[in-house]
Design a protein around this ligand. Structure first.
Ligand SMILES: CC(C)(COP(=O)(O)OP(=O)(O)OC[C@H]1O[C@@H](n2cnc3c(N)ncnc32)[C@H](O)[C@@H]1OP(=O)(O)O)[C@@H](O)C(=O)NCCC(=O)NCCS
Length: 133
């Protein structure tokens, strides 16, 4: 997928929670793809991680509204975790949108700490899962 398409999916996913479309568009345009970011694509969604030593940082997980509720988020999360495990990471962590916390809890994630101010100045829960055992 092109970066433009990846940003489009992210914007559509985020908009699903009812945020101001202008803020969402600006935010999506700012999503970066540095070389160390590993992207996992599927029809209607994508995820990305950055490996930092023994931590696998889940930087993105976006499923288009039309594709939600069919297990795609779970599948992409699993691919991200498998990549981190294979890279020798012991944990995967990420900043969670408050609306997605229930989804992550279903996947076994737990609260780790509050984030630094994130997009739109919000403090978000940092969630995590163990990649060992
Ligand atoms: C959160 C998101 C990735 C979930 O993707 P999805 O493909 O719809 O989720 P799945 O179909 O794989 O759902 C897996 C399980 O979580 C549940 N679930 C999904 N979204 C949920 C939510 N928002 N709250 C609580 N549970 C949720 C599903 O019912 C399913 O449960 P089951 O296994 O008992 O049937 C997707 O809704 C999305 O992209 N949302 C907008 C953007 C966003 O917030 N992304 C995360 C940024 S941190």
């Amino acid at each position: 997928m092109t970066r433009e398409r990846l940003r489009e999916i992210a914007a559509a996913a985020k908009s699903h929670w009812g945020y101001d479309p202008r803020l969402v568009a600006e935010w999506a345009a700012s999503i970066e793809f540095p070389p160390e970011k590993q992207v996992f694509e599927a029809e209607g969604g994508w995820a990305a991680v950055i490996v930092r030593g023994d931590l696998c940082w889940l930087d993105d997980l976006w499923v288009e509204p039309a594709a939600m509720g069919r297990g795609l988020g779970r599948k992409l999360f699993g691919r991200a975790a498998a990549y981190g495990r294979a890279a020798g990471c012991t944990r995967m962590e990420w900043e969670a949108d408050p609306n997605a916390v229930g989804f992550y809890e279903k996947l076994g994630a737990a609260y780790v700490r509050d984030s630094e101010p994130s997009e739109w100045g919000r403090v978000l829960p940092v969630l995590g899962v163990s990649l060992v055992g």
